[in-house]
Design a protein around this ligand. Structure first.
Ligand code: GDP
Ligand code: MG
Length: 718
């Protein structure tokens, strides 16, 4: 068995290579820092070769979770060979990590990936010279275009069998002399595995190693003296000395072997000059996201959805099933179960699949092309002004597919405060399931109102920013934002394979959910709406008014009346939304059939929603369901990432309170301003909420004030 580890910088193509080699389906994302866990797989062409896809890293220091995972794996599991996947179009930056991998004492092969880009740019890389300078094998590949990959594995296998370590990279005299003396200080070190790596890390004053390495107090003191001496001589700290030394090695090596073909700006630079321009960036972003929502909901999704709903679900399948079942003499309740419960509920949800597929397709294209990482970059610039970390935006943008992976992606955020805050707000943007709710109202209430669907997206972003500012000023979230360095990947044409797979996977998940969770939820809804509070079962026409379901809904209805949806059906739909947000639509699908009597009026879920909502209450209802506690699956993910019940409850509590107050304001102000109704107590309450929120938003940060006072007091006492 040959065990191969794939290491490299984020976005260098490790997952693409891993998928190609193992035939698996790892997430390939065109932004840095999505894979935190290592993934295992065996070679498609030879079961005796196994691969581990490590998280992307820039260095082997122990600062970030990705670095710790990769480093522990390499040191403890000791793979037979490391393939260092390098984005050859940015070879200088990528080789920095290689200098550290070469020190581990494990055979190393450099895979120069993205050679297609290198060729297109007209760059020349002399692999022979690289091999000589770095003392390890170098292979050119293109993972995306499946070039050179078999050869790479042959070379890696040879290297593993030979077992020849990468030749040591030598630094300048003083540093090398110091490393030699480190060996003298710690006599056992030389015999251990990864001895050079450890010696260099001691010099770097690597915290983890200093803490965990067994040494006597005397040895520790000697070592410290030795390194302090070098630090004094070179007037820098250990870490800085090594960073410089490594960059020197890299520039020495690339000086001879890399010739940049292009001078001046690349296409990516040119595009970025416009797209990330200080003034144009936001309008462009707004326009693009507007188009994504507009196209998927109004232009492509809607007509297909309407067609499916009108002709297939209710007109076709529902009527056909009813006819067929009645023809067979099936009991009335059974007909209702199938027609209203299953077809009405699940059908209503599936009816929105075209909208969702179109949206996922457009988002996948934007991501693969490289635009989504620009959005994180652009929003970071704004967020940073308020002292918040821009790293939060990648999880939030991933959350526009589904909140669960979005919440999981927060793992890459080092600072606890920033991570917790991101977990709380990561589900604010509309996910695929919430899109079903938005589409329902786009068809039922906001017909021809092109701004409605994009509006929900921008409300989501505003909710993230406002929550960030408000929460950051509370004592729960102290501390400065974590530094955020983000590489912007080069733009490239969308890869149909990536785009298609990502769209397909998400649509598949949507359909599976409709057939399982949503099916169960709508069956429960159907049952509860057909059993009366006295425990009798009946499917009379106005069952709705006496059922258990209506009793539950009516009980909580007063709570939601100030938000404009104190109707028991809307309340029940909101509750079932906790199971999965599609169930909101599913529930409406079931209750729409109740009491209407098929064929009598128009029983479709869209027509039904149109009857029971106004423009204002529909917006309030949509926004409440968008911002409030996400589905149970996402709450589970929140619990996992928070790893604390206290913080899970804080998250849930905040989401409920925030969504409630926002919807309250939307409904109360909308009622007066749009529907021209008279102002009342509710309006007054909403007004007070608005004042309160503005205060929380605009007040100076109390922690900063406290810090200033401390400094002042210190000045005065002197
Ligand atoms: P990872 O972060 O290292 O796992 O990188 P991914 O495998 O997720 O790839 C990052 C991006 O680079 C994706 O958009 C890939 O399609 C793209 N990519 C990967 N390999 C190549 C390649 O050989 N050529 C080009 N042009 N793009 C590639
Ligand atoms: Mg990856």
């Amino acid at each position: 068995m040959v065990r191969i580890a794939l290491a490299g910088n984020p976005n260098s193509g490790k997952s693409t290579l891993f998928n190609l080699l193992t035939g698996s389906n790892q997430y390939v994302g065109n932004w840095p820092g999505v894979t935190v866990e290592k993934k295992e797989g065996t070679y498609k062409k030879d079961k005796e070769v196994s691969f581990t896809d490590l998280p992307g890293i820039y260095s082997l220091s122990p600062y970030t979770l990705e670095e710790v995972v990769s480093r522990d794996y390499l040191l403890e599991e000791k793979p037979d060979v490391i393939i260092d996947v390098i984005d050859a179009a940015n070879i200088e930056r990528n080789l920095y990590l290689s200098t550290q991998l070469a020190e581990l004492g494990i055979p190393l092969v450099l895979a120069l990936n993205m050679m297609d880009v290198v060729k297109k740019n007209g760059d020349k890389i002399d692999t022979k010279a690289l091999e000589e300078d770095l003392g390890c094998r170098v292979v050119e590949i293109s993972a995306l275009h499946k070039k050179g990959v078999d050869h790479l594995i042959e070379v890696a296998k040879e290297a593993a069998i030979e077992g020849k370590k990468a030749e040591k990279i030598t630094y300048e005299g003083d540093i090398e002399a110091c490393i030699e003396k480190i060996y003298d200080c710690l006599p056992k070190l030389k015999e251990e595995g990864a001895s050079r790596f450890k010696a260099v890390k001691f010099l770097e004053r690597d915290e983890k190693l200093w803490e965990s390495y067994p040494m006597t107090p005397q040895e520790r003191e000697n070592l410290d003296g030795l390194i302090s001496q070098l630090e004094e001589n070179l007037d820098d700290d250990g870490e800085g000395i090594l960073t410089d030394a490594r960059y020197n090695v890299v520039s020495e090596v690339t000086k001879d072997s890399v010739k940049k073909g292009r001078t001046g700006e690349s296409t990516t630079d040119k595009i970025d000059r416009i797209v990330t321009n200080r003034f144009l960036a936001l309008p462009i972003f707004a326009a693009i996201m507007f188009l994504v929502y507009y196209i998927s909901i109004s232009k492509v999704g809607q007509p297909i959805t309407d067609y499916v709903n009108d002709n297939l679900v209710e007109g076709g399948i529902q009527a056909w099933a009813q006819g067929a079942l009645e023809g067979m003499g099936t009991a009335d309740w059974m007909v209702s179960l199938v027609v209203d419960g299953i077809i009405g509920g699940v059908g209503a949800v599936l009816g929105f699949l075209p909208v969702i597929a179109c949206m996922f397709l457009l988002l996948a294209i934007l991501e693969d092309v490289g635009y989504m990482s620009r959005i994180a970059f652009i929003l970071d610039r704004i967020f940073r002004k308020f002292g918040l970390s821009g790293k939060s935006f990648i999880p939030i943008l991933i959350g526009t597919g589904c909140a669960v992976p979005g919440i999981m992606a927060t793992r890459t955020i080092e600072s606890d405060q920033d991570r917790r805050m991101t977990v709380i707000v990561a589900s604010f943007l509309p996910c695929g399931a919430k899109l079903a709710i938005i589409s329902l109202f786009a068809s039922a209430i906001f017909v021809g109102k092109w701004w409605f669907a994009p509006l929900t997206y921008f409300i989501g972003i505003a909710a993230v920013i406002i929550s960030g500012i408000i929460l950051k000023k509370t004592s729960l979230f102290e501390g400065d934002p974590a530094p955020f360095v983000m590489e912007l990947p080069e733009y490239h044409m969308p890869n149909p394979g990536n785009v298609f797979r990502s769209t397909y996977d998400r649509c598949k998940a949507f359909v599976i959910k409709a057939g399982t969770i949503i099916l169960l939820a709508t069956l429960a809804i159907w049952l509860l709406s057909n059993i009366s509070v006295k425990g009798e079962f009946h499917t009379f026409d106005d069952a709705s008014t006496h059922s258990i379901l209506s009793a539950i809904g009516s009980l909580f209805a007063p709570l939601f009346a100030p938000l404009g949806f104190g109707d028991w059906k809307a309340v029940v739909a909101t509750f079932t939304g906790l199971v999965a947000k599609e169930a909101v639509v599913g529930t409406y699908g079931v209750v729409a059939g109740l009491g209407a009597g098929l064929g009598e009026t128009d029983p479709s879920v869209i027509a039904y929603a149109a009857k029971t909502f106004t423009v204002v209450s529909a917006l309030s209802f949509t926004v409440f369901n968008q911002l409030t506690v996400p589905c149970f699956a996402a709450v589970g993910a929140i619990r996992n990432e928070m790893n604390s019940s206290k913080w899970t409850w804080i998250a849930i509590g905040y989401q409920i309170l925030f969504s409630y107050l926002v919807s309250l304001m939307i409904y109360q102000f909308g009622r007066v301003l749009v529907l021209k109704e008279a102002a009342n107590v509710g309006t007054l309450v909403a007004f007070l909420v608005l004042i309160g929120s503005l205060y929380l938003l605009l007040r100076p940060d109390p922690k900063k004030k406290a810090a200033r006072q401390k400094v002042q007091a210190a000045h005065e006492s002197h």
